[in-house]
Design a protein around this ligand. Structure first.
Ligand SMILES: Nc1nc2c(c(=O)[nH]1)N[C@H]1C(S)=C(S)[C@@H](COP(=O)(O)OP(=O)(O)OC[C@H]3O[C@@H](n4cnc5c(N)ncnc54)[C@H](O)[C@@H]3O)O[C@H]1N2
Ligand code: MOO
Length: 389
């Protein structure tokens, strides 16, 4: 058995960043930017008013009077030059007239015909947004980042109608097992309802992948081979179940028959021991254990980082942070233990029941507590690493 770290390194080695494609700005939310966006001009392109009021030449004092000589509105500059004693009526976002160095807001002004008189209390600011105050021509949105709503607005302001993004990894999810039926179907007395793929698809799609749920493969060579056939064209095939040592655990054998180049089988972790990975027919393949919690924990620990690598976001394990324990923990055994836990008031507690079949416990959890191999007993207050769920 190899360590979690070694397994992750070998998983990273199975994939490369995917090619890029052009994506309309409107569809680019959550995508990974793969080429810089460069501003062809500054924003604002001209010095602009930040308020509705009057553009004048300073300094200003209460009681001072100006003659209004014209108007500058957003999208319609005045074309005028403001001299001493002159004012241009101006609105938020409008270009500042030549000669003006201050906008007096209209609340601070008494207007009569074409004369304004400044009131007693004048604010300090100029109320002017300098040209290029937001960004300058040549400023860039750097690639290798996820396009958040804020980044999309910035790209739009730079005038980019189409963005170069990394292609979405296509992940084929293959649940295996004679006992499984789909939600909505009526299970026989000795059947259960398939759940793993729904969590995994949601996790991977949130990370930027496109998931295809294949029909459930039965525990026969024929059915598994047919399912692998249906996975063709995917970047990554994820199987769940059939990974262990039982007589009906055929995923490894069938993958081997299909020419799998195996990177490893079995990892010193709990849950997730019977994990396998390699390449099959040009696709990366990871075989996850069937126990729902095992498959989902492996999804967090291995597959999400793998998808990020395919998206060109580097090679980093799942982010972790350090938190104090709210209750003591017994010593750990020879496998790294990813314990389901709950964070409350800045401290984390492991659930009593840690069996890898318990989806109700996983749903109640908001963290995985990482216990290193052969970690000793831990007292309340000691720091542990956690992955937020
Ligand atoms: N003699 C041994 N037995 C087992 C070992 C071992 O080392 N020696 N390892 C155990 C561990 S650890 C795990 S994890 C499981 C993993 O086994 P498989 O990957 O072969 O998974 P299955 O046997 O197919 O299923 C396990 C369990 O999960 C249920 N399952 C499977 N797929 C789904 C799904 N898509 N949705 C919901 N539930 C699913 C399945 O019905 C079983 O109950 O092996 C241990 N055994
Ligand atoms: O590794 Mo199994 O995943 O402990 O339940």
């Amino acid at each position: 058995m190899i360590s979690v770290e070694e397994a992750l390194a070998r998983i990273f080695a199975l994939v490369d960043p995917l090619p890029t494609e052009q994506v309309p700005l409107r569809s680019a939310a959550g995508r990974v930017l793969a080429a810089p966006v460069t501003a062809p001009r500054a924003q604002p392109p001209f010095a602009a008013s930040a308020m509705d009021g009057y553009a004048v030449q300073g300094p200003v004092a209460p009681g001072q009077q100006f003659t209004v000589i014209g108007e500058s509105a957003a999208g319609r500059a005045s074309g005028l030059t403001v001299g001493p004693g002159q004012a241009v009526r101006i609105f938020t976002g409008a270009p500042l007239p030549q000669g003006a160095d201050r906008v007096v807001i209209q609340e601070e002004v008494e207007r009569s015909e074409s004369t304004i008189t400044l009131r007693d209390r004048l604010d300090e600011g100029t109320n002017i947004r300098p040209a290029g105050g937001d960004f300058k021509a040549g400023d860039r949105l750097e690639p290798g980042r996820v396009l958040t709503p804020n980044a999309l607005a910035l790209a739009a302001a730079m005038g980019a109608a189409t963005l170069t993004c990394t292609r979405k990894p296509v992940v084929a999810l293959m649940a295996t097992g004679d006992e499984l039926v789909m939600p909505g179907e009526t299970p026989g007395p000795d059947q259960i309802i398939a759940s793993n793929s729904f969590a995994l698809a949601a996790l991977f799609e949130a990370e930027g992948a496109e998931c295809r749920l294949l029909p459930i493969a039965r525990d026969t060579r024929e059915s598994l081979t047919a399912a692998f056939e249906l996975a063709r064209g995917a970047d990554l095939v994820i199987t769940t179940g059939g990974a262990s040592v039982g007589d009906h655990d055929l995923v490894g054998e069938v993958a081997a028959d299909l020419g799998m180049d195996r990177a490893f089988y079995k990892v010193a972790m709990r849950p997730g021991k019977p994990l396998m990975a390699g390449k099959v027919r040009g696709m990366a393949m990871v075989g996850l254990p069937g126990n729902p919690v095992s498959s989902i924990v492996c999804g967090h620990v291995f597959i999400r980082p793998m998808i990020r690598r395919m998206l060109g976001l580097g090679e980093a394990p799942a982010p972790r942070r350090s938190l104090p324990l709210a209750a003591p923990l017994p010593p750990n055994g020879p496998r790294a233990h990813y314990m389901r836990g709950a964070i409350a008031e800045g401290a984390v507690t492991a659930f009593e029941r840690q069996d890898s079949s318990l989806l109700s416990v996983l749903d109640a959890a908001n963290a995985l507590i990482i216990r290193p191999v052969n970690d000793g007993p831990r007292a309340a207050g000691e720091m542990v690493d956690v992955i937020d769920l």
